[in-house]
Design a protein. Structure first.
Lengths: 668, 307
């Protein structure tokens, strides 16, 4: 009846996950109880859960990302503390638990931390910067989000019911085959990543369509903001790369569920095929994450330098260059698997060529600052921290692309330090820069600057204190994923890295305090005009938070930096643009499709993991029925009357008129 | 304008130099016993390439970091002496330079990559007067089996080789992937079931060198380590003789017993080895080793290791 499920699968004998999950469960129950008892549920259902508004979905993506970053970070704390205690000793995490922790850490950080963060910011900002009212497929967007949430939920269920994968964040066969991993851990991994992967693929399709087909009049390709360009590149990569992931994991699933032999030891299976395929997705994935971050830095550095982005066309070229070359380098993840010298050398050279694109970007950001008038607000600090850190990470990356050097460093903690250097220093710093930069746009008030700066400095120092020792201990020959170790030379560095983690933890706490303090002081931090940073692209032309329709009248774009041009003209003429003719606006209706679909997907995923076949059928049928019901809808849109549009827009024009009157102009 | 801006920014430069020094100190501290302290020709050549590549890249990385911090500091909002160029967003000459610098560096580095990859191909025999010692390596769950086919002995979790003589490794895996890695001798190569990989290494001096698996292979992975003893030629012969006189025999039956999962296995030797055993393992004449046995035939939710 219940497949492999029984009371035995709950790890009552392991106090750590039991206590942790009990606390989490209590917290979730507490929040749910509060939501229902205080009568907030109808509001949440109406305004958020069923919302198809790209801004709301963006906020929910970001919230999911922040929660999952905390979960992944607690895994990181456990790993560092385990290794600090495990010199010639067993430490406090037995191998089967430690191996789940590092597998979950990687899976969560990439799929449910970094990806939703980046996609959340894309959701919030791209339609605003394009000057349009929503993405191309608003309901599909909601489906994407909720499917991602399903994946995150499944990974976290594995904490209590059963186990998570013990194979690393990429389940290399044959270790991940049934012969060597008979438990449900790999199945949790497979279904969580597959279901959220569908969501990501839909997002990619949605954003490619939005950016190619839905720009406001006059917004031709070479007037789009850099963030739109990098989002387009990332979305193209999603569309091209995620099907590879889906197919690869489907093959592993067939191996595990139906005794196929794609990657097994036996019957002609080829594990190297998996390694090739997974990295044919995995390397573009790195750029799916980091390209939007590059876009954020371009926006932030230009805004806070009070200058246009230097070498805009060059930046576009570099972005597309990286986008294409990122598909030609996957083999550098396994130079040490015995490919010949020609193959290794070709992929090594291809890999280092990517550094040309990133190098150009770094220099263009430098010259964006040149001749500027730089304000060191929190987003700008994250950007500067990124530029310095990423250059170092890029250097160690190119070093790893030199095959003879990689022979010494592959799978060592040097490699671990390298990819944390680029993912924390690139993606995460970018996400935090975007988070502080666009927070006022999403919520109408800025984040507290003092706490933000403290969080930045603690994170930056904590990062170096953690990862410079890991670079070093990697050079001493320490490999990754070790539950305990016996070599005395490694021990001091592992301790220093553990101490660095304490500083990073302080940074995380400062970040949380920043949010709490900002919410409490929101009136003092209020952004009245919708343009708190003296911005240059179209999102700052809307009120903060923007109304559901974004723009009362779609803006006409006449050049790069459309909002800066509008603002400059207003400043020169000392008056706002003429009031547009307000017209009624049609907007897509809210739909529970995404939420209901994801509910059934969760049921189906859970049932597949535990081999509860009747429940699989139920979940699949439910999800399909939801889709059919949605396809049969009669009234897809509703109309906002012109008077309401006018009222909202006039309120914002009033605030902007006041700001214009008090504008004193730039210091000569 | 540009150099003056940088020169005046002593604070930023100093900060940056301190950072670079700490970073380099960290790198150099890796000298003792790690990959930067090689004890053989392969490791030494790989280290040279590693350090040369770092040096080439530092030549542009350090100026870039200094420039970034210098520009950011000089053009701060409160600096009244800095020029303000609110519309300056393009310069063909600068574009030319910023594309050229990375391209030239990468061109140079590509040469190193191409030549280095061919010179240090793990499959390529080492230049030496002496005939290489043949060693066959099998990664098991979770220990290393070393077979000396010419001597017809074998050892577990210890590898004895003559110093100064090249060693030719043929490697495979009994079950899951692993990577054979002796940091101070250089090179790393994966082991995979049903496949054979090749590696050439040499220890110049006598000594004990730490070796381990570099690819995660399951619960017993931390204990998948061994000591490589590089010894004089006569000591190697003594090792072989002692193994022959006291070790048990390794045939297919005892191999299948050995292939079962076990953790933190002490080193031991075998006095004789069934001929072609390695070939049988590598071509799956002997079936791949079994995984965890707890809960079989019904796979339980969370089998513990070694069961």
């Amino acid at each position: 009846m219940l497949g492999k499920l029984s009371w035995d699968v709950i790890p009552f004998d392991q106090p750590l996950p039991m206590i942790a999950s009990a606390i989490v469960a209590l917290a979730i129950l507490g929040v749910l109880a509060w939501v229902f008892l205080a009568g907030h549920f109808p509001y949440l259902w109406r305004e958020w859960i069923t919302s198809v508004d790209h801004k709301r979905i963006g906020v929910m993506y970001t919230l999911l990302a922040l929660l999952m970053l905390l979960r992944g970070f607690s895994d990181a704390v456990m790993m560092r503390s385990q290794q600090a205690l495990a010199f010639q000793a067993p430490g406090y995490l037995p191998p089967d638990h430690f191996n789940q922790v590092f597998s979950a850490h990687g899976t969560i950080m990439i799929f449910f931390g970094a990806m939703p963060f980046v996609i959340g910011l894309m959701n919030l900002v791209v339609p605003l910067q394009l000057g349009v009212r929503d993405v191309a497929f608003p309901t599909l967007n909601s489906v994407s989000f909720w499917l991602t949430a399903t994946g995150a939920l499944l990974v976290n269920i594995s904490l209590v019911i059963g186990e998570f994968a013990r194979t690393g964040w990429l389940p290399y066969p044959p270790l991940s085959e049934t012969a060597y991993s008979p438990g449900v851990g790999v199945d949790y991994y497979l279904w969580a990543v597959q279901i959220s992967g569908v969501g990501t693929l839909l997002t990619g399709i949605n954003f490619v369509t939005t950016i190619l087909k839905m720009r406001t009049p006059g917004m031709n390709y070479l007037r789009m903001s850099m963030f739109c360009w990098t989002s387009l590149a990332a979305s193209l990569l999603i569309v091209a790369a995620f099907p590879i992931l889906t197919a690869t994991l489907a093959m592993l699933t067939l191996d595990r569920y139906f005794g196929f032999h794609f990657f097994t030891n036996e019957a002609g299976g080829n594990m190297l095929m998996f390694v090739n395929l997974i990295w044919a997705w995995g390397h573009p994935e790195v750029y799916i994450l980091v390209l939007p971050a590059f876009g954020i830095f371009s926006e932030v550095i230009s805004t806070f330098s009070s200058k246009p982005l230097f070498g805009y066309r060059s930046m576009v070229a570099a972005t597309l260059f990286i986008c294409i070359v990122s598909f030609m380098v996957w083999l550098h993840h396994f130079f040490t698997m015995g490919a010949g010298a020609d193959v290794n050398a070709a992929f090594g050279i291809a890999t280092s060529i990517i550094a040309v694109g990133t190098g150009v970007k770094i220099y263009n950001w430098m010259f964006t600052m040149y001749g500027g008038r730089i304000r060191f607000a929190t987003p700008m600090l994250w950007s500067l921290g990124f530029m310095v850190t990423f250059v170092i990470g890029g250097m160690t990356g190119v070093l790893l692309a030199v095959p003879p050097a990689d022979f010494l460093l592959h799978n060592s903690l040097f490699l671990v330090a390298h990819f944390h250097n680029v993912i924390i220093g690139g993606v995460l710093f970018g996400a935090f820069a975007g988070y502080t930069y666009w927070f006022p746009k999403a919520f109408g008030f800025r984040l507290h600057e003092g706490w933000g700066k403290l969080a930045f400095w603690l994170t930056l120092i904590g990062f170096y204190a953690t990862f410079v020792p890991l670079y070093t201990v990697g050079l001493l020959g320490m490999t990754r994923r070790m539950q305990h170790f016996d070599v005395p030379a490694w021990y001091p560095w592992v301790l220093v890295a553990g101490a660095g983690m304490i500083i990073t933890t302080a940074g995380v706490i400062a970040q949380i305090i920043q949010l709490v303090v900002s919410v409490r002081q929101r009136e003092a931090l209020r952004d009245v005009t919708g343009d708190p940073w003296d911005g240059r692209s179209l999102e700052w032309a809307t009120p903060s938070p923007p109304p559901v329709f974004n723009f009362a009248a779609l803006p006409h774009v006449e050049g790069e930096e459309p909002y800066w041009n509008i603002k400059q003209r207003a400043r020169e003429q000392n008056r706002l643009r003429d009031e547009p003719d307000y017209e009624p606006i049609e907007m897509p209706r809210n739909s529970p499709t995404g939420f209901v679909c994801a509910f059934f997907a969760t049921v189906m995923g859970f049932a597949l993991i535990w081999h509860i076949w009747w429940m699989v059928a139920l979940g699949a049928l439910g999800a399909f029925a939801t889709f059919v019901v949605f396809a049969w809808r009669d009234i897809p849109e509703y109309v906002i009357p012109a008077a309401e549009v006018a009222q909202i827009d006039r309120a914002n024009r009033g605030a902007r008129r006041e700001a214009l009157a008090t504008y004193t102009g730039p210091r000569p | 304008m540009l150099p003056r801006a940088i020169v005046r920014n002593c604070a930023a430069i100093r900060l940056c130099c301190i950072g670079a020094t700490i970073f380099l100190a960290g790198l150099l501290a890796g000298c003792q016993g790690g990959v930067l302290d090689p004890q053989g020709p392969v490791g030494a050549a790989q280290r040279t390439i590693l350090l040369n590549s770092v040096a080439i890249m530092l030549a542009i990385v350090i100026p870039t970091i200094v420039g970034t911090l210098g520009f950011a500091w000089w053009f701060r909002e409160t600096n009244t002496r800095a020029r303000f160029l609110p519309d300056w967003a393009y310069s063909g000459r600068i574009e030319l330079v910023v594309w050229s610098i990375p391209i030239l560096v990468i061109l140079f580095l590509s040469g190193i990559i191409w030549i280095g990859s061919h010179d240090l191909d793990p499959m390529k025999p080492l230049d030496s007067q002496q005939k290489p010692l043949e060693v066959q390596v099998v990664s098991l769950d979770w220990k290393w089996l070393f077979i000396y086919p010419e001597q017809n002995v074998a050892s577990i979790n210890q590898l004895v080789v003559p110093a100064g003589r090249p060693v030719h490794f043929s490697l495979t895996s009994a079950s899951v992937m692993n990577a054979f890695f002796v940091p101070q001798l250089g090179g790393m190569i994966y082991t995979m079931n049903g496949m054979t990989t090749q590696l050439h290494l040499q220890a110049d001096q006598q000594g004990k060198f730490y070796g381990r698996s570099a690819h995660f292979s399951g619960d017993g992975f931390p204990g998948m380590q061994f000591v490589l003893h590089a010894v004089a030629a006569d000591a190697f012969d003594a090792f072989v003789n002692s193994a022959r006189s006291q070790g048990q025999a390794l045939d297919k039956t005892s191999y299948q017993e050995l292939a079962r999962q076990s953790m933190d296995v002490p080193s031991s030797t075998y006095g004789s080895v069934e001929p072609d055993l390695f070939h049988e393992i590598a071509t799956q004449g002997v079936p791949p080793a079994p995984g965890p046995q707890a809960g079989r035939p019904e796979p339980s939710a969370s089998p513990k290791a070694g069961g």
